[in-house]
Design a protein around this ligand. Structure first.
Ligand code: AMP
Ligand code: GLY
Length: 425
């Protein structure tokens, strides 16, 4: 058995969950996380000083520490070419090149690829100036979706129910010089997050999860990075998975490879399950946060095997097994998120709350754990039913002390209704 030295880049709940699962691998020699967070510091070393957006610095660090495998958690280092630099240094890397990361970093790029490859997605148009964008929304009419064409951590999107909201969103986005904006048809249906491990044109679908993007209960309020997740998503049936692989994932991988920019890593398709079948809302080129947290709670087999097989292109023979039952994770954010979150609130009771807690925006200050970001914790549980998982996660939140906490009490509501046999409105 080869034991691996792993460098994990990132500092969020997703990376804490990856570290938590990696730490269970008998093949892990040692783990260093950069910049890491207080939760990750309990599972391995952390290197808060490493600039994870500097590919050369990451490659140098990895070489100096004899790292065998670099796992890139978030999108920003991928967009900055960190996987390219690490790969060029001869070190295995889990995550795509900057060229392939354009699937996430440029909505216009992905939309054009969808058109070229015949991938079902919302109708769209791109604008580089306010006046033609305003003219377009006035002629198309609401509802419409207005998006900044760049990385915005899920927060550059306005689902505008009215023309006034669409116009306000355009005014706000074009206030930034050089802004480019994509305006889309508003798709209707249920949303799922689909994760596929992809070395090149090989593709291994993992579990589908459901995120809850809006800040407020009942899916109201502003879009966020994600307020909670559950998996598996029973609405994403094996037939829908097969259709998604054939009509969306494989054409994407083949087009990327044919262009000389093959994709490698986790391809995360945000899908709308519409009446006409699954349509692509967007791609991300990494695990989702908080979806990753629930996938890690459900993963039975060794994460390191999966990550290594994906990074090295040897997916054949890699076995991925999932635990039975359901996992649910509730994001606990700091008041003010997704705007300016209140920092410094003391957090207590994590170890005795009875659930698995993944940390994100936390830090130690004078020996106390305090909030230091928007999304602060993901409180997760795994149980035979989703109801039991939800009850366990919410009971645990009740035992955590964190004065500035904001969280949704309805995470998993669609799947819970299905489980209870109530159907959906
Ligand atoms: P994105 O950053 O593109 O994932 O968008 C964030 C969220 O906005 C998505 O998860 C959806 O909930 C919503 N959204 C984006 N595009 C559309 C669309 N064309 N139709 C309906 N909802 C959308
Ligand atoms: N939860 C959605 C994302 O990670 O982009």
């Amino acid at each position: 058995m080869t034991r691996l030295r792993v460098l994990l880049l990132g500092a969020g709940g997703r990376e804490h969950a990856l570290a938590w699962k990696l730490a269970q691998s008998p093949r892990l020699d040692w783990l260093v996380a950069a910049p890491g967070n207080p939760g990750m510091a309990r599972l391995g070393m952390v290197e808060p000083g490493l600039d994870i957006l500097d590919g050369e610095a990451v490659a140098r660090f990895a070489r100096a520490r004899g790292i065998d495998l670099v796992i890139v958690g978030p999108e920003a280092p991928l967009a900055a070419g960190v996987a390219d630099a690490v790969g060029a240094a001869g070190i295995a890397v889990f995550g795509p090149s900057a060229a392939a990361a354009r699937l996430e970093t440029s909505k216009g790029f992905t939309k054009a690829l969808c058109d070229e490859a015949g991938i079902p997605t919302a109708r769209w148009a791109r604008f580089a100036a306010l006046a033609p964008a305003l003219a377009h929304v006035r002629s198309a009419g609401a509802p419409l979706v207005v998006k900044a064409d760049g990385l915005a951590a899920g927060k550059g999107v306005t689902v505008a129910a009215t023309l006034a909201e669409a116009e306000a969103a355009l005014h706000a986005l074009f206030a930034t010089p050089g802004a480019e904006v994509v305006i889309e048809e508003c798709l209707e249906g249920e949303e799922v997050s689909v994760f596929v491990a992809c070395p090149g044109t090989q593709a291994l679908p993992l579990l589908a999860a459901q995120d809850h993007k809006r800040l407020g209960e009942g899916d109201t309020g502003p879009n966020t990075g994600g307020m909670g997740a559950c998996a598996p998503a029973s609405v994403f049936t094996p037939a829908l998975e097969a259709e998604t692989m054939a009509r969306i994932i494989r054409p994407t991988l083949e087009t990327m490879a044919a262009r000389g920019t093959p994709f490698s890593g986790i391809l995360f398709a945000g899908l709308m399950l519409t009446r006409e079948g699954p349509k692509l809302i967007e791609y991300n080129v990494r695990f989702g946060d908080p979806e990753c947290q629930v996938l890690m709670l459900l993963l039975e087999s060794d994460l390191l095997d999966l990550v290594e097989a994906t990074a090295t292109g040897r997916l054949a023979g890699c076995e991925v097994r999932w635990k039975p039952g359901h996992a649910l994770g509730v994001v606990v954010a700091a008041r003010g998120y997704p705007g300016t979150p209140v920092a410094g609130g003391e957090i207590g009771g994590l170890d005795s709350c009875g659930a698995t807690v993944f940390q994100a925006g936390t830090r130690f200050e004078d020996g106390r754990l305090v909030a230091a970001g928007g999304r602060v914790l993901t409180v997760g549980a795994h149980a035979p039913t989703l109801r039991a998982a939800a009850d366990a996660a919410y009971a645990a939140i009740g035992k955590i002390s964190f004065a500035d906490a904001v969280f949704r009490r309805d995470i998993g509501w669609r799947e819970l209704a299905r489980e209870a046999g109530e159907g959906l409105a």
